[in-house]
Write a protein of this length. Structure first.
Length: 55
């Protein structure tokens, strides 16, 4: 069976989550970063799609 997950969030959160998921055997399908302005500050959100093949 193939499992697919999508996770998104700020850079620090994504770094922690991706590190854990890659250790668990997940593979990145695609990753995208969006930069936008919010209340005069630049923000960066990342979205990653991952897959894992299990028996």
């Amino acid at each position: 069976m193939i499992q697919v997950k999508c996770i998104s969030g700020e850079t620090g959160y994504m770094e922690t989550e991706l590190s854990a998921m890659l250790t668990e055997g997940w593979e990145i399908i695609s990753i995208e970063t969006t930069i936008y302005e919010s209340y005069g500050n630049l923000k960066k959100d990342t979205t990653a799609y991952l897959k894992k093949i299990s028996n």
